[in-house]
Write a protein that binds this ligand. Structure first.
Ligand code: PLP
Length: 394
């Protein structure tokens, strides 16, 4: 068995997966994913491994193709947000690569976790015992990572109480504490808190060592900490967003690492009409033309993850020029003003995220327009949109 995936999608092909006649698609350049992974490798020390979170369909990029690219690039560990995502990977050829389930679970699902060799995050005795019992029944040793809360306020044991829990779990016969980790809530904006978290976590690691407990993987760093907090790297890092070539806000990685955004979102003009002055465009008439306007319709909408907050605010690229979104974004359609784009015609390509000539619209920019983070922008992108892949060059 090999950890790879060989469904082939080429840019320009129709969707091989299912019927797709609509000219709206996502392009993911797998070379950019590999480039970003290798840039991160270059930045970190030799003794540090890389776990890439591929939760939520690999941040909307397509979990199987992204994992295939990462495995080929030499990733050490994958991270998922649900047990189902882990099992999906296991049943699609990713049988050897270690997978860490980053969240907590009900004890009723430890069976599939242990059966599929998924490393489970554990923050209390309840789950540790359930995993131990299940592994015992199967004659297995189950791998777990212990989650330490140093300030995230989510899952995990408070760092002050951690030593007691770790000592108890260490006595269980059928689990192996393979990892210990913590998470930053504000690595991009709160230096004192982040430094304090690193200090508390390192001090706990000292205590663990003193107690004679040897834990292979010690990890804290998300993307922002990978570039800004070297002390948090330890021997495993967890870069998510930066693998996809995105940054928490525009320019956050500028001058620190050179990343390439992997995802573009494109469509084509399917209708054009001349609208005289004084006409309403789209639901609720929030845009009323003030002059003769050429209005184009593109077949994409909030049903695909184009946030309605982009109504009368967002922009797209057509023929190397900017065209503003006018009126409300509909479920399946968006109207744009192409008055100033002389030769625009039906069938012309429209870029919603990505580059055209010298212009670029980033997920970061859309996030700001919608009052949210780029993470959410790419997670919005619905399964309804075909994903096409630029395959790895040799
Ligand atoms: C998603 C996730 C990450 C990745 O964070 P980025 O900001 O995308 O780099 C790291 N650690 C945990 C626990 C996560 O859930």
């Amino acid at each position: 068995m090999k950890d790879s995936y060989n469904r082939k999608f080429y840019v320009g092909d129709v969707n091989h997966n299912r019927l797709c006649y609509r000219p709206t698609w996502i392009e993911v350049d797998l070379n950019a994913i590999r480039h970003n992974f290798l840039q991160i490798r270059k930045l970190i020390g030799k003794g540090t491994s890389i776990l890439v979170p591929v939760k939520a369909n690999a941040y909307g990029h397509g979990i199987l193709e992204i994992c295939d690219t990462l495995v080929r690039s030499g990733v050490d560990y994958l991270g998922v947000g649900t047990v189902d995502e882990a099992i999906f990977l296991r049943s699609n050829g990713f049988v050897k690569i270690p997978i860490l389930m980053l969240g907590s679970v009900l004890t009723s699902v430890v069976e599939p976790i242990v059966e599929n060799n998924i490393t489970q995050t554990v923050g209390d005795m309840r789950l540790a015992c359930a995993v131990d019992r299940c592994a015992g029944r199967k004659g297995k040793k189950a791998r777990i990572h212990i989650k330490i809360d140093t300030g995230m306020g989510r899952i995990g044991v408070w760092h002050e109480d951690a030593m007691k829990l770790i000592s108890k779990i260490n006595l269980l016969g059928n689990v192996k504490i393979e990892g210990i980790f913590s998470h930053f809530p504000s690595a991009d904006e709160d230096k004192p808190l982040t430094h304090r978290q690193i200090k508390d976590f390192l001090s706990l690691l000292q205590d663990v060592k003193k107690a004679g407990i040897n834990i292979i993987y010690r990890h804290m760093a998300n993307s922002m900490a990978v570039v800004d907090y070297k002390a948090s790297h330890m021997n495993l890092i967890r870069p998510g967003l930066m693998i996809y070539g995105l940054s928490p806000r525009p320019g956050a990685f500028k001058g620190k690492i050179s990343l390439k955004p992997a995802l573009s979102l494109k469509s084509k003009i399917v209708f054009i009409k001349n609208v005289p002055p004084g006409r309403r465009v789209s639901y609720r008439g929030t845009h009323i033309t003030t002059c003769h306007t050429r209005v184009a319709t593109i077949p994409i909408g909030y049903g695909d993850g184009i946030n309605r907050r982009l109504s009368n605010k967002g922009r797209v690229l057509v023929n190397g020029k900017e065209a503003p979104i006018i009126g409300m974004v509909c479920m399946d359609q968006v109207m744009i003003d192409i008055n100033h784009i002389d030769h625009a015609k039906i069938g012309d390509e429209v870029v919603i995220i990505g580059s055209q000539d010298n212009l670029r619209i980033s997920a970061e920019e859309i996030g700001q327009l919608c009052d949210t983070i780029p993470y959410e922008v790419v997670c919005w992108l619905d399964k309804r949109i075909t994903r096409k892949y630029v395959l790895l060059k040799k």
